[in-house]
Design a protein around this ligand. Sequence first.
Ligand code: HEM
Ligand SMILES: *[C@@H]1O[C@H](CO)[C@@H](O)[C@H](O)[C@H]1NC(C)=O
Ligand SMILES: *[C@@H]1O[C@H](CO)[C@@H](O)[C@H](O)[C@H]1NC(C)=O
Ligand SMILES: *[C@@H]1O[C@H](CO)[C@@H](O)[C@H](O)[C@H]1NC(C)=O
Ligand SMILES: *[C@@H]1O[C@H](CO)[C@@H](O)[C@H](O)[C@H]1NC(C)=O
Ligand SMILES: *[C@@H]1O[C@H](CO)[C@@H](O)[C@H](O)[C@H]1NC(C)=O
Length: 337
Amino acid sequence: MSRERRPPLALALAVAAAVVGVLAAASPRAEAELQVGFYNATCPIAEGVVFAEMHAILHEDPTLAPSLLRMHYHDCFVQGCDGSIMLRSRRGTAERDATPNRSMRGYDAIERIKARLETLCPLTVSCADIIAMAARDAVYLSKGPWYGVETGRRDGNVTVAEYAENDLAPPDSNIVDVKTFFSVKSLTAKDIVVLFGSHSIGTSHCEAFRKRLYNFTGAMDQDPSLDAGYARQLRKLCPRRHGGRGRRTKVPMDPGSGFTFDLSYYRHVLATGGLFQSDGSLLHDAATRGYVERMANASSPDEYYQDFAAAMVKMGRTDVLLDSLGEVRATCGVFVD
Ligand code: HEM
Ligand SMILES: *[C@@H]1O[C@H](CO)[C@@H](O)[C@H](O)[C@H]1NC(C)=O
Ligand SMILES: *[C@@H]1O[C@H](CO)[C@@H](O)[C@H](O)[C@H]1NC(C)=O
Ligand SMILES: *[C@@H]1O[C@H](CO)[C@@H](O)[C@H](O)[C@H]1NC(C)=O
Ligand SMILES: *[C@@H]1O[C@H](CO)[C@@H](O)[C@H](O)[C@H]1NC(C)=O
Ligand SMILES: *[C@@H]1O[C@H](CO)[C@@H](O)[C@H](O)[C@H]1NC(C)=O
């Protein structure tokens, strides 16, 4: 990790976590918490192993970087960051069977990292933590920031497809919908606009935004908030009808910079209205729009990187299982029914 550039905030968090850890140990009534370096004593090589595996995995398939960042978001929003996104159902009723999974990739990568850790520190490192570490490494290996990732999550063994349908905002959400979905998880407007910067890397299938191009209000019209030139390009890539060529097509969410975690997402949203209505919705609220404009004009990504680290740490605390709750399994994707 020679390229490591820890931003001051991550250092502060690491120090704070260490202090909290000491206080918690001293007080019998203190509750367990996530900590940076939770595995320092029980599996000190855990983070290094995840990083090395991620390095190899992304060398083999760079498109898994965005997928694994997205996986942490989906895991956290559905029943908390508890690794339950990995669980399987023979009846097709797991989170991974739900509509938003249609494009989720990277399950095998998490299982590969898990298998490596099981040989080194059996039954110690949770799947939820591996997903959180993989997301951090994916960002860093996409030239984004490094941050101290909190660990200590345990894994849930319950998965319900409907939770994924209900807790993940659809891409045609407006800013009011988005705020509702995120405030349920205690995330603010600032967290929203910062986390959406994740769409700086990765791709989408046409079906997530086709309506904007061909049938926005049901009158065979185009979304007027979408830049006309950009809409023309998208219509070329994604034909009107689902199926055939357009079914497999993947469109970058931040064209021209889809593998680099940087500020160009904000410039893209400001200039074109973004790929999804939910991206464009950032322009329809004074606070989120102000941030988009500021980041679109920023000369350095430093402030954004600090904000992103803080927002990811916060998202990573969503409804976690700690201490005696949950379990640490040998395999992440076990069948639960
Ligand atoms: C309202 C909130 C959000 C909506 C509606 C949304 C929607 C989507 C959609 C439709 C895709 C494309 C999937 C596909 O067709 O392949 C996508 C991809 C992605 N999303 Fe989001 N997203 C949201 C929030 C987030 C957040 C909070 C993060 C991360 C913290 C995130 C990270 C990603 C990444 C990295 C990809 C690219 C995946 C890949 O290339 O495989 N998204 N998102
Ligand atoms: C683990 O070690 C790192 C690096 O020395 C330190 O920053 C962190 O606070 C430690 N965490 C715990 C829980 O011991
Ligand atoms: C996603 O859900 C669909 C529909 O239930 C299922 O056929 C598919 O196998 C799931 N995808 C993955 C990667 O699990
Ligand atoms: C356009 O949208 C309307 C309303 O949602 C729907 O009834 C109609 O079937 C759609 N047309 C096409 C061609 O998709
Ligand atoms: C960003 O730059 C554009 C053009 O250079 C300017 O019109 C706009 O006012 C700037 N916005 C902010 C928030 O500085
Ligand atoms: C799920 O985990 C709990 C402990 O957290 C355990 O009591 C229960 O038996 C487990 N259920 C299954 C289906 O593995």
